[in-house]
Ligand binder design. Structure first.
Ligand SMILES: Nc1ncnc2c1ncn2[C@@H]1O[C@H](COP(=O)(O)OP(=O)(O)OP(=O)(O)O)[C@@H](O)[C@H]1O
Length: 230
C-alpha cells in the first residue's frame, strides 16, 4: 500500500504542492488528473524521491520513504516511467532494459514477462532506442521499469504523443499488471477517458492541491471534466 499524506513541495519561493494526499493498494490503479502545470509530475517525482518534500509523509508497504533517495526507493519496489519516456537513444533496446539491472543482484536478467507483454521489444532487441517509434519507446520505458521488478508502478502520461492503437495496448498492460499481477499503480494522465476506463480511483489536482478525489464509479463526471477545462 502507498499512502501519501499531506505533502508539501516548494521550488524556491514558489509552492508547488500543498497538503496533497493519495493512496493506492495492490491490485489498484489510482489516476491523477489535472491541467498542465498543476503539479502532477512534481507529485510523482516526490513519491520516487527526485524532489525533496518539505512536509507530509510517504509510506510504502508501511515504511517511511521521505528520507530515502531514489535508488533506495527503487530497491524498495517503486518503479517509475517518466514523462517523455527518457529512453537512451544510442543504446539498444536490450541495453536500455539492462540499465534497470544496475541495482539488481549479480546475474539478474530482464524478466521474460517484459517480452511477453511487449513482443516488439524482443523483435527489436538490437535496434537503437532512438530508432523506435514513440509508442515502441513507451513500451520500452515500461519494460525497463518492470525489469527492476517493482511492486508499485508510477507512470507519468504514458499516452502522451502516442497513436490510438498503441494507447489501447498500453491500457491492456496496465490493467493486466494491476488485476492479474497485483501491482499498485499510480497514473498521471491528461485524457479523462483513458483514466476513467482504467482507474479505481481518480484524484483531480488544481494549482498544487487536490480538488476532488474518490472512487471512479462514484465521481461526478461533469464535475471532473469542469476541473480539467477551467
Ligand atoms: N524544477 C523546477 N523548478 C521550478 N519550478 C518547477 C520545477 N518543476 C516544475 N516546476 C513548476 O511547478 C509547477 C508544477 O509543474 P509539474 O510539472 O509538476 O506540473 P504538471 O501538472 O505535471 O504539468 P504537465 O502536465 O505540464 O506535465 C509548474 O508551475 C512548473 O512550472
Amino acid at each position: 500500500m502507498l499512502q501519501v499524506t499531506d505533502i508539501d513541495l516548494s521550488y524556491g519561493a514558489s509552492r508547488c504542492l500543498r497538503g496533497v494526499s493519495l493512496s493506492v493498494g495492490p491490485g489498484q490503479v489510482a489516476a491523477v488528473l489535472g491541467r498542465n502545470g498543476v503539479g502532477k509530475s512534481s507529485l510523482l517525482r516526490s513519491i520516487i524521491g527526485l524532489e525533496k518534500i518539505q512536509g507530509g509523509s510517504i509510506l510504502w508497504e508501511g515504511n517511511e520513504m521521505r528520507g530515502l533517495g531514489p535508488a533506495e526507493r527503487a530497491r524498495a519496489g517503486i518503479g517509475y516511467v517518466p514523462q517523455g519516456r527518457e529512453i537512451f537513444p544510442f543504446l539498444t533496446v536490450q541495453e536500455n532494459l539492462e540499465t534497470a539491472l544496475a541495482a539488481a543482484p549479480r546475474g539478474s536478467a530482464v524478466p521474460d514477462e517484459v517480452f511477453d507483454l511487449f513482443p516488439i521489444l524482443r523483435q527489436f532487441l538490437r535496434r537503437r532506442g532512438g530508432d523506435l517509434s514513440g509508442g515502441q519507446q513507451q513500451q520500452l520505458a515500461i519494460g525497463r521499469a518492470l525489469t527492476a521488478r517493482p511492486r508499485l508502478l508510477i507512470l507519468d502520461e504514458p499516452t502522451e504523443g502516442i497513436q490510438p492503437n498503441v494507447i489501447k495496448d498500453i491500457a491492456k498492460v496496465i490493467h493486466h499488471l494491476a488485476h492479474d499481477r497485483n501491482f499498485a499503480i499510480v497514473l498521471v494522465e491528461q485524457y479523462f477517458e483513458f483514466a476513467r476506463d482504467l482507474a479505481d480511483t481518480i484524484t483531480v489536482m488544481v494549482r498544487g492541491e487536490v480538488a476532488l478525489s474518490g472512487r471512479t464509479s462514484e465521481l461526478d463526471e461533469a464535475e471532473v471534466r469542469k476541473l480539467l477545462t477551467v
